[in-house]
Design a protein around this ligand. Sequence first.
Ligand code: SAM
Ligand code: SF4
Length: 458
Amino acid sequence: MKKLHIKTYGCQMNVFDSNRMEDLMVAIGYETTPTAEDADMVIINTCHIREKASEKLFSDLGRLRPFKDKKKEQGSEMIVAVAGCVAQAEGEEIFRRSQVVDIIVGPESYQTLPDLVGKVIRDKKRQINLEFTPNDKFDLLPQSKAGTGASAFVTVQEGCDKFCTFCVVPYTRGTEYSREVSKIYDDALKLAQKGVKEIYLLGQNVNAYHGLNDKKEASSLAKLIEKIAEIPQIERIRYTTSHPRDMADDLIAAHRDIPKLMPFLHLPIQSGANNVLKGMNRKHTRQDYFKIIERIREARPDIGLSSDFIVGFPGETDQDFEDTMDLVRQIGFTQCYSFKYSPRPGTPAAEAKIQVEEDVKTDRLARLQKLLGEQQTEFNKKFKNEIMPVLFEKEAPKKSARQHDSGKMQLWGKSPWLQSVIVDVDSEKDLAKYLGQIAQVKILQARPSSLVGEMIVN
Ligand code: SAM
Ligand code: SF4
């Protein structure tokens, strides 16, 4: 068997895409290897959302050079493919800058990877495919490999038409495209039959989902969730990432009415200041966001809330940043992502004259992250001595920061509110018994970014 190594940068959609590329390559005789050194094929799945993406790519490619040369000396070869949003954005430029690369493939055309690999081997020529063909893509992807785990991603929607002025996604992932309900349902059913208990519905703008149902009518995300919830083995459903403008009434109601929909919402606002939101072309205000949160809390009082924030967007004043801090204090988030604004070539905000100084961005980000960290710790503390259902997905990685030092085997799982939960197990037998299952856990210790618990044995 030939060996395949995949390095993935970026969001869950890239993780999903990497898994699909792995499925495609496994179907033509490859198996995965954790290191690039001995691989016959290396795929770097790139992310272009923030700075240094292409620098990271070229330093990765530089590190591959000696491995590739060694393979050649041994009379075999290492095929190197660059996939993802940097591939889409930089295209042929990647060939020009690196002799190591054999294939450049975009996020909407990677279903052609086996074909491109065949051509590289046969014709000894570099290959590039950057077409936007999302419907072909999903139809041509093979079934997920066995042993998928307890939680699986299913892409339901791709691309974005919103054109926030800071963001590259509409350029690298193309316009909005929603998959049909029946195809998503079939994917979820097959995953359920393989033991998956949690389905994570993915999309750059997942709540703008409008795929066709069996009657050829546009379905909402809420209706799609309702349909997936009919699969008995699926016990948990999540979705990400949502936009405040698409937070429809039926989706809010779904949080009240569908028990399998987990009490967690990732709803990026980016900034708490209206003039910054306007400059970002978000087309919603801070007040709109407060209203949505009020309604979602009415529907599901225990909901855990998450957001993305960008600090130092062009023109952001001290007062604008204070508005963001104020919004965070008023809402109270359970875990968030926050970034310094990074000018992306080709996006309108990158052209703005008033860019915020780097040290100001650094200072604002530190203050915001401190506040968000305090809120996350506070939220986690509420669960001390509580009992909650945890979905155990894997053995906790040895020596990871998440582990605690009991010296025992440990399982890693997720709470309904997406907290990491670590639990000791006494034997291999127990490990196997709980892996992939939902079990009741008593929380003993709350840490800033995880919980430590013990199994409740009936
Ligand atoms: N569609 C989602 C939304 O509307 O919020 C987000 C998708 S984007 C892949 C993930 C996050 O990356 C964004 O929410 C934003 O906070 C961050 N991001 C995107 N472009 C950025 C930039 N130029 N600089 C810093 N952060 C950025
Ligand atoms: Fe990017 Fe999200 Fe804005 Fe679309 S809605 S442009 S993906 S930040």
